[in-house]
Design a protein around this ligand. Structure first.
Ligand SMILES: *Cc1c(COP(=O)(O)O)cnc(C)c1O
Length: 425
């Protein structure tokens, strides 16, 4: 029964484009109406009709401890009781900045913003200012938020300038973005050779085209290429930061960025982003330097309190070993089910990020991922939803395992997946 969700969606559809405030929420890729969520606790979310689901969306990443974590909630309530925003410095932002600087492999200084998009947009501006160059390189299939320059993918030839992915992005912006193939160092080097490039931006684990892992040597190769060609390396840790470990993907893969962008986990569920890097680069940001970047609600005290409480809870390293074990168990279980059922599929996983790709045997880049069987995924998604498991409503998103997912939750999920895949196939 999802009557209330249906009624809410029909009201929403008249009021907001597609009935939602962010596109993938609308279930367009899988069919049906989106669920409207009333509350969430631990690894479960509850829709407006009171149905419970084991959640693998985790608000798209922030809820690494699980929903409604007591420490985060108490910190938010405490901060809120003192006033919601002052537009002036607070102790909370100093504490969160200290925490990020102490744990991030590359950030000697940070600037807080309100979203991952804003962090990326600002880091790109800073990289251009620092290098005095304008071109940027991104990788096909990597998502870095919705700033104009990031809504671009390459045309057919590797050296052709970008074409916008979205209407409304002007060609003059798009031509500054060059697109290389993920896991393909040669494609990046060809672009670096062709012109002066300000920066290379990469998702260290590509977690917005399903989950695609960096090949051995890819990230360190990018580091070397950036050094050789005088470009900055921006590692977008909006998903991986504080998820693959306290030092994020940079620590996990042993590669240091010039600038890193953060979001999702560092806000504990509140809207927060941050970018940071070497002091010499960060000091170009206003008011210490000439690169303008500002925000009315940046460093908001309630958001800082949420982020700080969550990062403090993550100091307990048991979190990372638990979510890593649960992620591996989930991935191995899904792969075994696919095999038993003779289903062509593959599972990519690192730590608490996993993705079951339907209809393909490997997923290493955008080209391979594009061939996934999205129709089968949509049927599987609907079967899982009906069975009480809330997956991302798209083949090209990660499953996020949280500290609240127990062994029993993973077992229950796998049992349901076994049935769902049989019916979907
Ligand atoms: C989610 C995401 C962003 C954008 O963050 P928003 O807070 O949605 O603006 C940027 N980069 C990566 C890697 C992301 O996953």
């Amino acid at each position: 029964m999802t009557e209330k969700s249906k009624a809410l969606f029909s009201r929403a559809a008249c009021l907001m484009p597609g009935g939602v405030n962010s596109p993938v929420r609308a279930f367009k890729a899988v069919g049906g109406n989106p669920l409207f969520i009333d509350r969430a606790d631990g690894c479960k979310i509850y829709d407006a009709d009171g149905n419970a689901y084991i959640d693998y969306v985790s608000s798209w990443g922030p809820m690494i401890l699980g929903h409604n974590n007591a420490a985060v909630r108490e910190a938010v309530l405490g901060a809120a009781s003192k006033g919601l925003s002052f537009g002036a410095p607070t102790e909370a932002e100093v504490k969160l900045a200290e925490k990020i600087v102490s744990l991030s492999p590359c950030a000697e200084m940070v600037r807080m913003v309100n979203s991952g998009t804003e962090a990326v947009m600002s880091a790109l501006r800073l990289a251009r200012a620092y290098t005095g160059r304008s071109k940027i390189i991104k990788f096909e299939g990597c998502y870095h938020g919705h700033a104009d320059s990031m809504l671009v993918k390459a045309g057919s030839g590797a050296l052709t300038a970008g074409v916008p992915d979205s209407l409304g992005v002007s060609n003059s912006v798009a031509v500054e973005t060059l697109t290389a193939s993920y896991n393909d160092l040669a494609s990046a080097e060809a672009l670096l050779k062709s012109c002066d490039v300000a920066c290379v931006i990469v998702e260290p684990v590509a977690a917005n085209m399903g989950v695609v892992l960096p090949r051995e040597g890819f990230l360190s190769g990018l580091r070397a290429l950036c050094d050789a060609y005088g470009a900055l390396l921006i590692i977008d840790e909006v998903i991986t930061g504080f998820r693959l470990g306290s030092g994020g993907a940079q620590e996990y893969y042993g590669v240091k960025a010039d600038l890193a962008t953060y979001g999702k986990i560092i806000g504990g569920g509140m809207p927060v982003g941050a970018y940071g890097g070497r002091k010499e680069i960060m000091e170009l940001v206003a008011p210490s330097g000439p690169v303008y970047q500002a925000g009315t609600l940046s460093g908001n005290p309630v958001a800082m309190a949420a982020g700080l409480a969550q990062l403090n809870a993550l100091e307990n390293q048991d979190v990372y070993s638990h979510i890593g074990r649960m992620g591996a168990k989930l991935a191995a279980g899904l792969a075994a089910i696919a095999k038993r059922q003779g289903l062509k599929a593959c599972v990519n996983q690192v730590g608490s990020l996993a993705c079951l790709f339907m209809g393909i045997e490997s997923a290493d880049d955008y080209e391979s991922v594009k061939k996934a069987d999205t129709g089968l995924y949509a049927r599987y998604f609907r079967e899982m939803l009906a069975a009480g498991v809330y997956l991302a409503p798209s083949q090209f998103e990660a499953m996020f395992v949280s500290y609240s997912h127990s062994e029993a939750d993973i077992d229950e999920t796998l049992n349901k997946a076994e049935q769902a895949l049989k019916r979907a196939a």
